[in-house]
Design a protein around this ligand. Structure first.
Ligand code: ASP
Length: 494
């Protein structure tokens, strides 16, 4: 036992993910409304609330009691596991603001030359906009070539619309608020009127601005005044990193919980009827993730495929499980800075900005979804309309929060810009969550890629050897510290 080899974090998370899918499928068998209906319960919602209601229905000659109790049990499992997943997400969100704030202040105040900031900012935003536009183009091309919506059964279309109508109307309603934002308003909103408000609301871009201002101002102070501040913020960054490390230890269990919930809630029948559409989205996302990004890295940096994916895989797996690049941000920063070797001054700026304005996966998905819905209604999109989609989706991606499901709200704006019927959104809503998981993974991967490119161009990327040496030197505060301590205790007991 003493020589037992420790499993790498990404393997542990992968195992959690696989087990989550298996348990989720089992729960799904018993908990979905469809299952209740097939058990003879006409209106499942009225039974899900209370056991006594369910019992009353039995007294009236309702469904088979045994099956109902299993369903009730499955629901409880779903709720309990969902709670565990939420607890983990809360912990991640809780550190997102402090980690951006403290580490960016330290990063900026340690820059000897603050004029570098403008250059880094310009490069970052420029690359983000280009990759977003490339992503939508990949989506549009894939959807045009493969035509997932061509020949789609009209009856099936109406059925799906009827099922999700209320939900779709709500998304269109949320888009109204977004639509009212002009580009100027979005830009104006980046500068907070109250720095504490920015932090309290968890507005990442605003927190970035606060940190930049504080960091630059610190560099202007006399050395004896600046020094203690830098020491303080540096120590606070270390504290937050410790918390991220603790959170990563429980990540495999949390990923299990998150997956059980998603799969338990999944309508498998809807998934089957939209299989071709889902396949095109996943194909486009895979091209972006496994072909476009590695090619860019190959062209502009010394980072190769294996090194890149090995380093960022915990962040990718977490993005997949949580569907939120915002919640994943602390782990993305940890992976890029500690495992990939992107220096703090670059990572702590490029990654939070990317979590908000760079959503390549979401953009690609919008390209496919727009063409798919147009095809459902027999519309042929002209080249000009598709160019309009590229423009609208790129602009819409700036200033939208990195939380689950915003992609579909942005899609409303994209569809409207070229006159595609909005009710088509209802057709794809049933599979949105699962595609959200996939696109969020690409969103996070894109951020990591850009951070690597910018870091290399600024001479702020460690070599692989340097990363390994640093990890070995900092073994005591490694990612698996807790497991290690436990191993040492076991060793002592042996
Ligand atoms: N969930 C995505 C993210 O957080 C955004 C979306 O596509 O809905 O990156």
């Amino acid at each position: 036992m003493a020589n037992r080899k420790r499993l790498a974090l990404h393997w542990k998370i992968l195992i959690g993910l696989a087990l989550g899918v298996i348990v989720g499928l089992a729960v799904n068998q018993f908990w979905t409304a469809e299952t209740w209906r097939s058990l003879g319960v006409a209106d499942p919602a009225s039974y899900l609330g209370s056991k006594s209601q369910y019992k009353a229905s039995i007294a009236e000659g309702g469904p088979n009691e045994g099956a109902g109790v299993i369903a009730m049990g499955a629901r409880q499992v779903r709720l309990a596991i969902g709670f565990a997943g939420d607890l983990f997400l809360n912990a991640l969100k809780f550190i997102a603001v402090p980690i951006v704030l403290f580490s960016l202040i330290v990063g900026v105040s340690s820059l000897n030359d603050t004029s570098r900031l403008g250059r880094i900012g310009g490069k970052t935003i420029g690359i983000y906009l280009v990759t977003t536009a490339v992503a939508i183009t990949v989506g549009l091309v894939a959807a045009n070539l493969l035509g997932p919506g061509r020949g789609f059964d009209q009856e099936q279309r109406e059925l799906l619309i009827a099922k999700e109508k209320a939900n779709a109307d709500q998304k269109v309603g949320s888009a109204n608020e977004e639509r009212e934002k002009t580009v100027w308003k979005v830009l104006l909103d980046i500068v907070p009127t109250n720095p504490f408000g920015a932090m309290a609301n968890g507005n990442t871009l605003q927190v970035v601005v606060v940190a930049l201002l504080v960091g630059v101002a610190i560099t202007m102070l006399p050395r004896e005044k600046a020094e203690p501040l830098i020491v303080f913020f540096d120590a606070m960054t270390e504290v937050i990193i410790k918390i991220v490390e603790m959170i990563l230890v429980i990540a495999p269990y949390a990923v299990f919980a998150l997956l059980v919930r998603v799969i338990a809630d999944l309508g498998t029948d809807v998934l089957l009827s939209l299989l071709k559409y889902c396949a095109v989205v996943v194909l486009g996302l895979s091209i972006m993730c496994f072909a476009v990004y590695p090619s860019v890295l190959l062209a502009f940096t010394p980072v190769r495929y294996r090194r890149f994916f090995r380093a960022i895989s915990p962040a990718q797996l977490l993005a997949f499980s949580s569907s939120s690049s915002g919640a994943t941000l602390p782990v993305t920063m940890e992976c890029c800075e500690e495992r990939l070797g992107v220096r703090e001054e670059i990572g702590s700026f490029v990654l939070p900005v990317g979590a908000t304005i760079n959503m390549d996966g979401t953009a690609l998905y919008q390209g496919v979804a727009a063409v798919f819905i147009a095809q459902l209604y027999g519309m042929d999109l002209t080249i000009a309309q598709q160019a309009q989609i590229v423009l609208t989706a790129t602009l819409a991606s700036i200033g939208t929060a990195a939380v689950p499901g915003v992609g579909i709200v942005m899609l409303v704006i994209v569809l409207e810009s070229v006159g595609i019927p909005l009710e088509g959104i209802a057709v794809i809503l049933g599979v949105d969550r699962i595609l959200d998981m996939c696109r969020t993974t690409v969103n996070v991967t894109g951020d990591c890629m850009v951070a690597t490119v910018v870091a290399h161009s600024e001479n702020a990327l460690l070599t692989e050897e340097e990363v390994i040496a640093r990890q070995q030197a900092a073994e005591a505060r490694g990612l698996d510290e807790f497991t290690k301590e436990q191993e040492e205790r076991e060793k002592a007991m042996d």
